[in-house]
Design a protein around this ligand. Structure first.
Ligand SMILES: [Zn+2]
Length: 226
């Protein structure tokens, strides 16, 4: 497998503070095999300074052609998107440092579609937007993906709030501002560094489990976060 330079920072679960947090990559190697990238690294949590070892696998990025419209002008470029991601019209992206909203998707078979897997996209049509791009790190079972929400600077984000990205429904569980990490409460888009979210569990429990079951669930959840 070809070895590549490891990224400088990644978002992973920290066994020290139990947070899904930004980590500095101290040393490590990244290798590419087929459509998968594997990062094997020693990382340090930027919140609690805990150092640990991680192996992260994710889909290799795919270069997608993008047309960016800005006012009357438009230009073509390319951007690398996660190979296993889905995109739909209305979603926000950052392309060449510009905040863009997807206005049209052309699939590889030449059709205009409302949504597609990244690997099936021929061209993305986008339009620059003026609002802020709020980054949402979503912790999936094996990896973390980042989605963007276009928001006005004063728009509020609250822990516990739900968002829908295509078919992916997520709930915010923490918000990192320049000052601190919020486990509850509200922050405005203008002060947010990153929002952390997890998929919302399908359906709520219909009855409250008894005390022993609750303890068992709590222990299992605690184990999972280690
Ligand atoms: Zn930590």
């Amino acid at each position: 497998m070809p070895v590549e330079e490891a990224p400088g920072a990644i978002t992973v679960q920290c066994p020290g503070c139990g947070q899904e947090s930004l980590h500095t990559v101290l040393r490590g190697r990244q290798s590419r095999g087929g459509v998968t990238i594997t990062l094997d690294a020693t990382v340090q949590c930027t919140d609690c300074q805990h150092t640990h070892h991680v192996v992260v696998r994710e889909a290799a990025p795919i270069d997608v052609a993008v047309v960016i419209s800005r006012g009357q002008e438009s230009r073509r470029t390319k951007t690398a998107l996660p190979g296993d991601d889905d995109l739909e019209t209305g979603e926000a992206l950052i392309v060449d440092g510009m905040n863009c909203k997807v206005t049209g998707i052309e699939s590889r078979d030449g059709r205009r579609v409302d949504a597609a897997s990244v690997k099936d996209i021929q061209t993305l049509w986008t339009k620059e937007f003026e609002e802020m791009a709020v980054k949402v790190a979503i912790n999936l079972r094996q990896k973390t993906i980042t989605k963007i929400i276009a928001a006005r600077a004063e728009e509020e984000f609250t822990v516990g709030q739900e968002y829908l990205f295509g078919r992916l429904r997520v709930t915010i569980h923490a918000i990192k501002t320049e000052e601190r990490l919020l486990k509850r409460g509200t922050a405005t888009a203008g002060e947010i560094v990153r929002v952390f979210a997890s998929p919302t569990p399908l359906g709520e429990r219909t009855h409250r489990p008894d005390k022993r079951q609750r303890e068992a669930i709590r222990h299992a959840e605690e184990r999972d976060t280690r």
